[in-house]
Design a binder for this molecule. Structure first.
Ligand SMILES: [Zn+2]
Ligand SMILES: [Zn+2]
Ligand SMILES: [Zn+2]
Ligand SMILES: [Zn+2]
Length: 400
């Protein structure tokens, strides 16, 4: 099983020109900028606020032709208490796609250093000249159907974001053209950025040494040699793997029931690449997530319904790792902060087009799996990173 890992990195100078990015946070970059997602698709079912974008992933497909360009957007409510109440009600994934022959993008051959290129033939994509992006919300980047009633120039997804922008600085700047542009925006812009998650690029890399690690989640269930469980399994799970498992001083052998095998496998697997924020496995046959626990695995139908459009059973495509939480400027000391063990994204394997064809957003499914004991996740992530993670510092300096 080939796994592509995603890592979070600070934005570089080319990022501004990137039309098809994989990224964390910030405003969405819409695959079809003439048709941004409307806020009613991503209202939190708990608190009714607009969700914000957690990440977007560019994941094109060879088949079908309609998915030549393909983008997945993950939205979550920023209100941690909603996540405590019901993860399902405060997270959404939507899929957007375009065929190669479309009116939005034109191919640009071989532009050196361009990062929005197709690896194989180094084509990059530019917006076609006639494309007029639709108005988007000044706060969150969703479709901006409402305009400021005074200046009529700033647009918003919702009344909530209009009020937020007004308080963040538009109050003093609305219609005031006398202010020099720089002083007009700096503090205001910063306040608006704080309403979204910090923006970072996702870069990808194949997981190394995966074949040796690929011992499969069901190895430990093999009882076919009739012997007791000790030998092989205990070779697989080494004492150092146990470091973060709260077995309260008992030896591994004595506490079989307390040991969450999925968590041990998870821990061992990601220790090789501790900074991974995404694991992507769509291309492989019957791809399986790396579960963080034996408990709370999503179930077909109940948790992962079939595609509503074509009726095909959704399949696992990628997962968001707990490490991503480190990049989100979340106050982890706050017991009500957003948290997860992993977020598992399931999509239509046919990448079918929505009922009304192109430029629609097909809903997909995201499921949360938590670590089996409260608090392991946070400890675990902190242990992986220590307090001196360079990138964490960089992010914090961006947010001052
Ligand atoms: Zn909410
Ligand atoms: Zn908005
Ligand atoms: Zn205004
Ligand atoms: Zn489908």
């Amino acid at each position: 099983m080939t796994v592509t890992l995603g890592y979070a990195e600070p934005l570089d100078d080319d990022f501004g020109k990137e039309h098809l990015p994989s990224k964390i946070g910030g405003k969405p970059r819409w695959l079809d900028p003439t048709c941004p997602l409307s806020v009613d698709k991503v209202l939190c079912d708990e608190c009714a606020s607009p969700m914000v974008m957690l990440m977007q992933l560019y994941a094109p497909e060879d088949e079908p032709a309609e998915a030549f360009h393909r983008m997945l957007y993950v939205f979550i409510c920023r209100n941690g208490s909603c996540h405590k109440a019901s993860a399902r009600r405060c997270m959404r994934v939507v899929r957007s796609q375009l065929p190669e022959d479309n009116s939005i993008y034109t191919a640009q051959e071989g532009e050196a250093g361009s990062s929005c290129s197709d690896d194989e033939d180094d084509v990059s994509w530019a917006l076609a000249e006639q494309v007029k992006p639709a108005p988007v919300c000044a706060v969150c980047g969703l479709s901006g159907g409402k305009a400021c009633s005074k200046c009529h120039t700033r647009t918003y997804c919702s009344r909530a974001h209009q009020v937020a922008d007004w308080d963040a600085g538009h109050r003093t700047q609305c219609g005031n053209n006398a202010l020099p542009k720089a002083s007009k925006s700096a503090a205001h812009t910063r306040k608006l950025q704080c309403m979204l998650y910090p923006e970072l690029v996702i870069v990808s890399e194949e997981e190394e040494g995966a074949s040796q690690l690929d011992i499969g989640n069901d190895d430990y269930d093999d009882d076919d040699d009739g012997s007791d469980d000790d030998g092989e399994d205990n070779e697989d799970i080494k004492p150092e793997d146990m470091a973060l498992v709260p077995v309260t001083g008992e030896k591994v052998e004595d506490s079989e029931v307390d040991v969450d095998r999925a968590f041990l496998l998870f821990q061992r697997r990601i220790q090789k690449n501790p900074d991974q924020v995404i694991r992507y496995t769509r291309s492989s046959d019957s791809s399986e997530p790396l579960f963080v626990s034996d408990m709370g695995k999503p179930e077909a139908q109940a948790d992962v319904p079939d595609c509503e459009v074509c009726g095909t059973a959704r399949e696992f495509e990628f997962q968001i790792m707990p490490q991503m939480l480190n990049y989100l400027s979340i106050d982890s000391a706050d017991p009500a902060s957003v948290d997860w063990g992993t977020l598992l994204v399931y999509t239509c394997p046919k990448s079918c087009n929505g009922a009304s064809g192109a430029s629609t957003y097909a809903p997909e499914v995201v499921c949360r799996q938590n670590f089996s004991s409260q608090g392991i996740g946070e400890k675990f992530v902190r242990a992986l990173h220590g307090d001196d993670s360079g990138i964490t510092r960089q992010i914090e300096s961006l947010r001052v």
